[in-house]
Design a protein around this ligand. Structure first.
Ligand code: NAD
Length: 321
């Protein structure tokens, strides 16, 4: 039975992976500072260690509690608008935190939560991993810098890692145990649902004049359950001797903001109040993953990322968070 540490295991993506690993019968430790995470989510693990990644001694202590077979590194600051306002914070915390983890982990394999934000404005969609990585905000740059730190550490110290570039994480645990619970919430689906359920006044649609079929942005949504399975597949790949690689994790299908709105309207059985605003700087028209490399390298394919059922799990979660 493997023992795995999930950093950020009290957060949205990490907690679903904790539950998945527990269902596999694995032993799971969580390292989290609860800055955006929730103590009740961490309680699904075998052991919760409240620690801050930017403190090397705390990281060393957490990693030294018991022998680990792998680490899934989800902990990060991940609000794009905040990273535009506070770039130094993002560079300092995300990068230093990851460097401390790499240093403390030594030979323990690491699966890193990277992001489609590493690509910036893509010149071709669907986006493959060999597309130019040119992030347009400090969040995306911090993720790219960590990918590079892992690559150089592989050459220098033998660090073994897989970087998973998630597109838009979505959905919630079908059993309602964990789900998206951010304050502020910056993501499309939870914000639309909150308006529909009366928890927010109106939804702002940024841009209606993009070169897309309905003028709204197109994004790729992937269920956190599929991300959890990608984490499992990446760990098994590393345990089987797989070499460092970077893989897209998405559904491989794009849906526009208006299409997502259509599903939420259907679930709400009435139209959600939408305020159409100017485009936001740095929002590409379309971000859709080419997921063929993940299928080829890990044998991973999304199984839970069909739009309506995915939004239904989020709807149920937000009704009783
Ligand atoms: N949610 C998405 O759509 C998405 C998309 C692409 C990539 N990602 C990446 O996936 C990861 C998880 O995202 P999420 O949506 O679950 O975010 P989240 O904010 O819900 O979870 C992050 C967790 O990390 C913890 N944390 C943050 N800084 C820490 C530190 N210095 N030390 C210890 N713990 C710390 C927080 O308390 C929280 O529990 C992040 O790395 C994010 O960049 C997320």
């Amino acid at each position: 039975m493997p023992t795995v540490l999930v950093t950020g295991g009290a957060g949205y993506v990490g907690s679903q992976s904790v539950l998945h690993f527990k269902e596999l019968g694995w032993r799971v430790l969580v390292l989290d500072n609860l800055s955006t995470g929730h103590h009740r989510f961490a309680q699904y693990s075998d052991l919760f260690c409240r620690a801050d990644l930017i403190n090397l001694e705390e990281v060393r202590r957490a990693i030294g509690i018991e022998p680990l077979d792998g680490i899934v590194h989800c902990a990060a600051r991940s609000l794009v608008p905040e990273s535009i306002r506070e770039p130094v914070l993002y560079f300092r915390e995300n990068i230093n935190g990851a460097l401390n983890l790499i240093q403390a982990a030594g030979p323990i394999p690491i699966v890193f939560s990277s992001s489609a934000a590493t690509y910036g404005e893509p010149s071709k969609v669907p986006i493959a991993e060999d597309a130019t990585a040119k992030p347009v905000n400090a969040y995306g740059f911090s993720k790219l810098a960590i990918e590079q730190a892992l690559a150089f550490s592989g050459e220098a110290y033998g660090t073994r890692s897989v970087c998973l570039r998630y597109f838009n994480a979505a959905g919630a645990d079908p059993k309602g145990r964990v789900g998206e619970h951010h304050a502020p919430e910056t993501h499309l689906i939870p914000n639309l649902i909150k308006v529909a359920q009366g928890q927010l006044g109106s939804f702002k649609q940024y841009g209606a004049d993009y070169p897309t079929p309905d003028g709204s942005c197109v994004r790729d949504f992937v269920h956190t359950l599929d991300i959890a399975k990608a984490h499992e597949a990446a760990l098994r790949y590393l345990w089987g001797g797989g070499s460092a690689t970077t893989l897209n994790i998405g559904s491989g299908t794009g849906f526009s903001v208006r299409e997502v709105l259509g599903v939420v309207n259907e679930l709400a059985e009435r139209p959600v109040a939408v305020e159409v605003c100017e485009r936001r700087k740095g929002d590409p028209a379309s971000l859709v993953a080419d997921i063929s490399k993940a299928a080829q390298v890990l044998g991973w394919r999304p199984q839970h990322s069909t739009l309506k059922p995915m939004i239904e799990t989020a709807w149920a979660w937000h009704a009783h968070p």
